[in-house]
Design a protein around this ligand. Sequence first.
Ligand SMILES: [Zn+2]
Length: 212
Amino acid sequence: MFFSRHPLLIGLQRNVITLAVGFSAVFLMAGNANAQRFNKVVIDPGHGGQDPGSSHFGVAEKKLALDLAERLQKVLKKKGVPAILTRTDDTYVELTKRAEMANTSKDTLFVSLHFNAHKDRSVTGIETFYYPGSPEGRVLGTYIQSELSRRIATKNRGVKPNNLKVLAKTKGTAVLVECGFISNRWECQRSASAWFRQILAEEIAQGIMRYR
Ligand SMILES: [Zn+2]
């Protein structure tokens, strides 16, 4: 009986230490409540100029991407987040140049916007990519993907690592969102509608704000 008290005491001490560590973690987090993970967003409308991206049913990816980027910029500005675009018209900007725009300061997010295509026209869904080995990219991508898939009825293709050049060249947190397959008649029709791109913009913004 006497000896059995010792392990019990040790157990209690351990609990006290765990509690103390737990409390300081809470205080540290509270102290950092105002520290934000980013202060600016670089929005990258995919393709442009001589590079139309995917093109189906008379709809070009580059046009959808630019319109979506402008909408996202407006939504973010309303939320108090400054955002700039890597291109503001129908011109092609080199991928490294796009990434460089986000590399000028550490507290900048990079969000590239695309629409997808597949030779099998039945393929649908939304997916988000981050650079392999970037935990921050994975977190941001998860927030954006979960907001989009909660609101939009389509296949949730998930958040995946992908060694895409534009992500590889970005030093900070970066994601690339594929907002649906324009090779699929239904998703193309929807993506070509302003109301739908507004929903995309709002949900992507919501995901970005969750990351903040
Ligand atoms: Zn694309």
